[in-house]
Design a binder for this molecule. Sequence first.
Ligand SMILES: Nc1ncnc2c1ncn2[C@@H]1O[C@H](COP(=O)(O)OP(=O)(O)O)[C@@H](O)[C@H]1O
Ligand SMILES: [Mg+2]
Length: 273
Amino acid sequence: MSGDVQNDRSAGTSEEIPLTGGNVSTVVRVGATVRRNTGPWTPAVHALLKHLAAAGFTGAPRTYGFDDQSREVLEFVEGECGKYPLASHWTTDEVLVTVAAMLRMFHDAQIGFVAPTDMQWRSLGPRPPDTEVICHHDAAPHNVVWRPDGTLCMIDFDLASPGARIYDVAYSAWTWTPLFSDHDSQTLGWRYPDRARRLRLFADAYGLLPHDRKRLVQVIRSRIVDHIEGIRRMAAAGEPAFVRIVRNGHLKRPMRDLRLIDHERDVLEHALS
Ligand SMILES: Nc1ncnc2c1ncn2[C@@H]1O[C@H](COP(=O)(O)OP(=O)(O)O)[C@@H](O)[C@H]1O
Ligand SMILES: [Mg+2]
């Protein structure tokens, strides 16, 4: 990125304000931009973000390249990022439906996007068999910013990589319905979500096809297993952020979620039928 553009984007200030809320990256705000540490996957992510912006999709930040410290430079998305325990306005049906619609638009906006073959995506595990789109893979409340105008925007595309649409739907439906126990839901900000009804709302708002509705609960279960195994794999490889996630006990809740889904499978599947 050129120095001029960088200074413009910084709105005359070079003050670096640390942004916390994530578990993995080092992120600071500089004026109207954020600066994040990069990985071999960043060029692929930028290619995707550029395509999305050109397609008119507003649910992702714009990318401005790299700064002189080799950090990526992204649009700072004004608004409120999801933070646990979530405030009550994050837990409404309206937000659930908006997220599902945003995810659908994210996937649909990729028509015509040809993933650069010389670039690599980050991956926590083996490439999934069905690769219809580039999935976000982590579109949970902590990676969504609610803008002052009421629109939502996903951030943190580091895990974006090829996958099936239903795989992204599964992750978001898991984390927004949410498919957590009553106790865990309350700890994280939901009251007593009617899980079956809200899961159906999500599937409806995404426009999931009948064949996918039938297998959604099963795919959510597999998605959680992949999440747990992926984090364990990265921790075993010595990646400090993932070692911390495991050490801090952050895999315990997903393990409980698997048990919940096994217990409630019939009622969840019935709601989707
Ligand atoms: N483009 C952005 N616009 C506004 N805030 C951002 C942006 N990117 C990151 N943030 C803020 O920084 C925090 C951590 O960033 P994130 O990209 O999610 O890192 P991590 O990989 O550690 O999860 C987020 O919770 C959010 O508050
Ligand atoms: Mg994040």
